[in-house]
Design a protein around this ligand. Sequence first.
Ligand SMILES: *Cc1c(COP(=O)(O)O)cnc(C)c1O
Length: 431
Amino acid sequence: MRNYGFATRTIHAGQRPDPYTGARAMPIYQTTSFVFEDSEQAAAYFNLQEYGNTYSRIMNPTNAAFEERVASLEGGIGAVATASGQAAQLLALFTILKPGDHVLASRMLYGGTTTQFRHIFRKLNVELTLIDPDDPDNWRRGVRENTRVFYGETIGNPTGTILDIETVAAIAHENGVPLVVDNTFATPYLCRPFEWGADIIVHSATKFIGGHGTSIGGVIVDSGRFDWGNGKFATIVDPSPAYHGLEFYATFGMYGYLQKLRSESMRDLGAPMSPFNAFTFLLGLETLHLRMERHVENALGVARFLVGHPRVAWVRHPGLDDSPHRVLREKYLPKGAGAVFSFGIHGGREGGRVFIESLNLFSHLANVGDAKSLVIHPASTTHRQLSEEELVAAGIGPETIRLSIGLESLDDLIDDLDQALIASASAGSAR
Ligand SMILES: *Cc1c(COP(=O)(O)O)cnc(C)c1O
């Protein structure tokens, strides 16, 4: 059997023509439930003795095609599709943790993730430490007796930090815990964290996987390599009271974690992907490799233009030659450092406001990874309530602008940015 290349798998993995109708595109199985052949089969499905569709909260054929395709692209043994990226993170960690455990995470995370970890972990009596991921020793220093997970993002937000996956995975494994990586900003086209030792990957499919700003979704992928039987993970190894005493690790081996995630955590927390969204994500994946190439090329073109602009104070793009993350970028992201980055505009908060309001092509909104170019000024929107000092503490200056570069003609993007930067000059000098 030939090992198909990445592009072939973005189009074919997880799907063949529908055996009943011959449909070439993946049908949307918009059904809650599936009829059993007989009572014996129903019992076997519910006992997890046979694998078959029961109810779309647990599994669904359209979702299964999406799950298999993402697993193939990341190089994992399987995946579970979720209602959102936030749900993917929660389900991935909820399956591992129990009250009294500790999570060690990068503090350069998507804002929604930091908020989720801070507040939900407290309710579950799980401790959290957020560290500066740039110094690998911070991971070693942060480990405690009760640490059960390391967590970071391939490309961090908003500073463009790049996780030293190989080093951090090695420290995690020295301590007998898995490394979970959010690979949303890189996608498996730019980086495959399993190749560097990560154990579990989560995605917000909402972003580049969908690619067109239409659907909310997420996915969890398992490498199948982590040893849950090392004595630290009673949650996965011990007989489960929530599944009539089933021992997931002893029964399913390397599939034990994902099986427990699907048949217990997803069953009980209930955040599955809708089959319709799985269909839009399958379409997104078919062009992922092509879109990411153009996203990366456009973003670097825009970053280089901004570096030379008199209205621009600084540019943080890991692809620039003077980036402090250049060495890690060359190792982990040889095809490019993604398409989301930030820069500082002269004229502070007011300059930023006028700049954004003067843009024509860029859409002012809170998303990334769309075919359309997007912009947000954290100081006047998401972080508007903060004082200038509080903004600096959060790593966001009043001058910070975040861009997500889309697939338009690069010349048009540069022209739009240039006229808006010039317009912002009046605001800056009036202050
Ligand atoms: C958007 C995002 C999330 C959350 O995903 P949703 O699909 O919005 O729930 C998590 N991590 C990263 C890096 C993101 O960009």
